[in-house]
Ligand binder design. Structure first.
Ligand SMILES: NC(=O)c1ccc[n+]([C@@H]2O[C@H](COP(=O)([O-])OP(=O)(O)OC[C@H]3O[C@@H](n4cnc5c(N)ncnc54)[C@H](O)[C@@H]3O)[C@@H](O)[C@H]2O)c1
Length: 261
C-alpha cells in the first residue's frame, strides 16, 4: 500500500492551489513526494505558499494564470512542462461563488462564475490531456465540484451561476471519463460540502444584511477543515483509485443526507 501512495517523481498542477482547499491538496501531494505547480491569480498567496513549502523541503512553484483565458492556461501548462519535464496529475480546484438573488443576476456575474468554474475546468483539462497523450504514460485528473452541483438540500440558494458551473463539472467529469479512459487517463470528481476556507470566510464578509436575511439561519450541517477533502482528492490522484473513472465522490460529513453536526 505504501508504494501506491508514493508520488515521488510525479508532477502535479493544482489550480487554485494558493490557498483554501487547493493549498491543502498541494500539501498532501507534496507530502507524498510529488512536485507541484500552483496555478492561481492570487500572487501574494501563491508566493506565501511556495515559501511555506520550500521551508519544508517541498518542490512547489507557481504560475500566475487566469483560468478563464485559454492562452493563459496553455502558458501555465507549457511552463510546467518546461520546469518539470511533463505533467502527471491535474487538480481543477480554482473556482469562486457569488451569492445573488436570481432577479438581480447580471450577465457579468454569470460569465465570471461559470467561466471560472466550468470553462476553466474544461479547457485546463483539455490542455493537460493533450500533453498526457503526447507523453504516453497516462495521467490523473481530479475535478473539484460541490454538493451544490447535485442537491441544494444542504446548501444555500441564490447561487445560480455556481450551481450551473458545479453541476456542469459533475456532468463533464462523467462524459470525459468515457473519452479519457481509453487514453489511459482517469478523471473523477469530488463534491465537498461546507469547508472553512479563505474563500468561504471572504464570501461571508461580502454578504449584505439583505442577502443574509434572505439566506436565513445556517442549518446544522457540518462545515469542515478543507484537509478532510484534500485527503480524498489525494486518494484520487494515486493508484489506490485505479479502478475509478467518472466517479462522483461526495465529501460532506453527511450533510447531503441531512446528517447533522
Ligand atoms: N469552501 C466551501 O465551502 C466549498 C464547498 C464546496 C466546494 N468548494 C469548492 O472547492 C474549491 C476550493 O474552494 P475554496 O473554498 O478553497 O476557495 P478559496 O477562494 O479559498 O480558493 C480558491 C482559489 O482559486 C483561485 N482562483 C479563483 N479564480 C481563479 C481564476 N480565474 N484563475 C485562477 N485561479 C483562480 C483563488 O485565487 C484562490 O486562491 C472550489 O472549486 C470551490 O467551488 C468550496
Amino acid at each position: 500500500m505504501a508504494e501506491m501512495l508514493d508520488l515521488s517523481g510525479k508532477t502535479a498542477i493544482v489550480t487554485g492551489g494558493a490557498r483554501g482547499l487547493g493549498f491543502c491538496i498541494v500539501n498532501r501531494l507534496t507530502e507524498a513526494g510529488a512536485r507541484v505547480m500552483i496555478v492561481d491569480v492570487a500572487v501574494d498567496f501563491a508566493q506565501a505558499a511556495v515559501d511555506y513549502f520550500a521551508d519544508r523541503g517541498r518542490d512547489v512553484r507557481f504560475e500566475i494564470a487566469d483560468i478563464r483565458d485559454l492562452a493563459q492556461i496553455q502558458h501555465a501548462v507549457d511552463a510546467t512542462v518546461e520546469a518539470y519535464g511533463g505533467v502527471d496529475i491535474l487538480v481543477n480546484d480554482a473556482a469562486f461563488w457569488r451569492v445573488v438573488k436570481f432577479l438581480d443576476l447580471t450577465e457579468s456575474t454569470w460569465d465570471a462564475v461559470v467561466d471560472t468554474g466550468l470553462k476553466g475546468t474544461v479547457f485546463f483539462t483539455q490542455a493537460v490531456a493533450r500533453r498526457m497523450v503526447e507523453q504516453g504514460r497516462g495521467g490523473r485528473i481530479v475535478n473539484v465540484a460541490s454538493v451544490a452541483g447535485i442537491s441544494m438540500e444542504s446548501s444555500y440558494g441564490m447561487l445560480i451561476p455556481y450551481v450551473a458551473a458545479k453541476s456542469g463539472v459533475v456532468g463533464i467529469s462523467q462524459s470525459l471519463a468515457r473519452e479519457l479512459k481509453p487514453l489511459g487517463i482517469t478523471i473523477n470528481c469530488v463534491l465537498p460540502g461546507g469547508m472553512m476556507s479563505a474563500g468561504a470566510v471572504h464570501s461571508s464578509t461580502e454578504l449584505t444584511p439583505e442577502l443574509r436575511e434572505a439566506m436565513g439561519e445556517p442549518g446544522q450541517v457540518p462545515v469542515t477543515d478543507p484537509d478532510e477533502v484534500a485527503r480524498v482528492v489525494f486518494m484520487l490522484a494515486t493508484p489506490v483509485s485505479d479502478f475509478m473513472h467518472g466517479a462522483t465522490v461526495v465529501v460532506d460529513g453527511g450533510a447531503r443526507l441531512m446528517i447533522k453536526k
